[in-house]
Design a binder for this molecule. Structure first.
Ligand code: SAM
Length: 295
């Protein structure tokens, strides 16, 4: 591999857990670049120390992305070779990078991808779900209502064949997201949770959202990093999908509980929330959204 790197912006993939996943080309670029822009300099320093790379680092993260981009572009215009890395995986994928890429393109600077490990695609290829069409979402909104709305919007999209949808999810939110997936896409949805990819405790949980949720909440603690994947069946434009069935189901189920058990709406919601493993406030918001839609 050449010692002489051409000037430009190098987007370098780094391992997502297993240091053996660094590529020879990534090492070459990291070693020979003038500077490495890192999401977290301390995190990247561990990787650089492991491979005995002494290239200077500079921080480049979501909070200083724009200001730092101006400085990096000036250096690139003067002929620098700058490598960009995130904490793990491919920069720019649910990580900083795209702002700098666009600034570099606008300034006529060469942008060079150095491919490698990525959590979404590693999970997809081993999931057993359709790889023909897939839709990468990244992180869902943190707030329960916004997350639910985002999932409903995804369920409402028409698709001419089955499609796999890929999410990144934090361990403390995964059980809640699995409940949302079940209520929005229905109980037969095929789900895969890929945990700790490329690491010692790598694990693939395959089943329905309820089965995977049960498995996870039965553990002492839900640990590790997750990619969640679902396979959504084909749905033509205008055809009723699981979302509208679910919308009906929630209002209808509350009404049925009220008439069958003589419960008031608040009590019926509480019982339904218990049955579905969701919070009462979340279900209440869902009910309000259904009513608003019907107006
Ligand atoms: N840029 C990275 C990539 O190319 O995959 C993703 C960065 S994003 C900030 C981090 C998220 O990716 C984690 O919260 C988790 O959802 C997923 N992830 C990263 N490493 C993972 C791993 N080893 N196993 C499972 N999921 C992982």
């Amino acid at each position: 591999m050449s010692e002489e790197l051409a000037p430009g912006l190098y987007l370098v993939a780094t391992p997502i857990g297993n240091l053996g996943d660094i590529t020879l080309r990534a090492l070459d670029v990291l070693k020979n670049a003038d500077r490495i822009a890192c999401e977290d300099t301390r995190q990247t320093q561990k990787l650089l120390n492991h491979f005995a790379i002494a290239t200077p680092t500079t921080s480049y993260h979501q909070h200083n992305e724009r200001e730092r981009a101006t400085e990096l572009i000036d250096a690139l215009k003067a002929g620098a070779r700058i490598a960009v890395v995130s904490d793990a995986g491919i920069p720019g994928i649910s990580d900083p990078g795209s702002w700098l890429v666009n600034a570099a393109i606008a300034a006529g600077i060469a942008v060079i991808p150095i491919p490698g490990a990525n959590a979404a695609l590693s999970a997809l290829i081993a999931s057993g779900l359709s790889t023909e069409q897939f839709h990468f979402i990244g992180f869902l909104p943190e707030k329960a209502g916004a997350r639910r709305t985002r999932l409903e919007d995804l369920a409402a999209l028409s698709r001419d064949s089955a499609q796999t949808i890929i999410f990144y999810e934090a361990p403390h939110r995964i059980a809640e997201t699995l409940s949302d997936l079940e209520s929005v896409f229905g109980p037969t949805l095929r789900v895969v949770a890929a945990r700790e990819l490329t690491k010692l405790h790598e694990e693939f949980l395959r089943g329905t959202a309820a089965e995977i949720r049960q498995n996870l909440i039965a553990r002492d603690r839900i640990r590790g990093e997750f990619v969640l994947l679902i396979e959504v069946p084909a749905k033509t434009a205008g055809a009723p999908g699981p979302v509208s069935e679910t919308r009906e189901t929630i209002s209808a189920r509350v009404a049925r509980l009220q008439s069958e058990s003589g419960l008031d709406e608040k009590e019926a919601l509480k019982r339904l929330a218990r049955e579905l493993g969701q919070s009462k406030s979340e279900l209440y918001r869902e009910l309000q959204r259904e009513r608003a839609r019907r107006k």
